[in-house]
Design a protein around this ligand. Structure first.
Ligand SMILES: Nc1ncnc2c1ncn2[C@@H]1O[C@H](COP(=O)(O)OP(=O)(O)OP(=O)(O)O)[C@@H](O)[C@H]1O
Length: 252
């Protein structure tokens, strides 16, 4: 049988006092799936996403993408493939445009490395080819979600929670390269209309799950973005709309 896209095996995370926050947690995620992560406040949802992105230390466990364990990857490459989108990006320094530039450069270097594995073309030529090669234009995507382009040159700290949330999400989605997006309450600061648009775009970008038609909950899957999502939400209605499977950390 083919290995799942993402596999978490026996993940154990300890609190500062050595009690267990997450205990021997295992699950898999295949292409086209949306795992909804639920649980009471403090149950470890954000911690789990940060562990999967290798941003947080864990006591025990293995995390693999396409059958290859995270420790076998270069960490920056892993974090592009398994990308964490934080709940409060406004804590970042500088402006969204500066952040976009940093992420683009990181992505360009990763693509360059991937290409160098395939052939020995000259570095400068590769930089030229890879720079600015986003899957989508992040500014246009964010505009579809109601974000005026002028907001990209404002300091993060001056943007509203909902504005910075949509911008950070647009960068993560549009920059390309992510196979699994780890979404930490991606619509928690949005009004119902904006939340609807964001939900729809995220689901449209996924490929159909194995054995399913391209139509899921009335939304046509286009397969133009990440292959799968892990999505933290406190809303039962949203969990039902977006999820194809769920995991409740209150029970672990
Ligand atoms: N850097 C840290 N150092 C120490 N404790 C931490 C740290 N980050 C999180 N915790 C603690 O770990 C527990 C889980 O936090 P986490 O943010 O993962 O919960 P959550 O389920 O995402 O909560 P919420 O729904 O409120 O966002 C909490 O008790 C929190 O205080």
């Amino acid at each position: 049988m083919a290995s799942p896209l993402l596999e978490v095996e026996g993940l154990t995370v300890l609190r500062d006092n050595d009690s267990h926050l997450l205990s021997d947690l295992s699950f898999t995620l295949s292409a086209g799936e949306v795992l909804v992560l639920r649980g009471v406040s403090g149950s470890g949802k954000s911690t789990l996403l940060k562990c999967i992105a290798e941003l947080n230390l864990y006591h025990k466990g293995k995390i693999s993408l396409d059958g290859k364990q995270s420790r076998e990857w270069d960490i920056p490459d892993w974090r592009i493939k398994v990308a964490y989108v934080p709940q409060r990006p406004s804590l970042l320094p500088g402006t969204p445009l500066e952040f976009l530039d940093t992420v683009r450069n990181l992505r360009a270097r990763q693509k360059q490395k991937e290409k160098q594995k395939q052939d020995e073309t000259h570095d400068a030529q590769l930089q030229q080819q890879t720079k600015g090669s986003d899957t989508l234009d992040p500014l246009s995507l964010a505009q579809e979600w109601g974000i005026d382009k002028t907001l990209w040159t404002r300091e993060w700290g001056t943007l509203s929670g909902g504005e910075s949330q949509r911008i950070a999400l647009a960068v993560a989605v549009a920059i390309g390269g992510a196979e699994v997006l780890l979404l930490d309450e991606p619509t928690s600061a949005l009004d119902a209309d904006s939340s609807d648009k964001v939900e729809r775009s995220l689901l449209e970008m996924l490929p159909p799950a194995q054995g399913q038609t391209t139509l899921h909950n009335g939304i046509r899957r286009k397969g133009t973005g990440p292959k799968a999502l892990i999505w933290i939400t406190h809303s039962t209605e949203q969990a039902e709309r977006v999820g194809t499977k769920d995991l409740d950390l209150s029970r672990h």
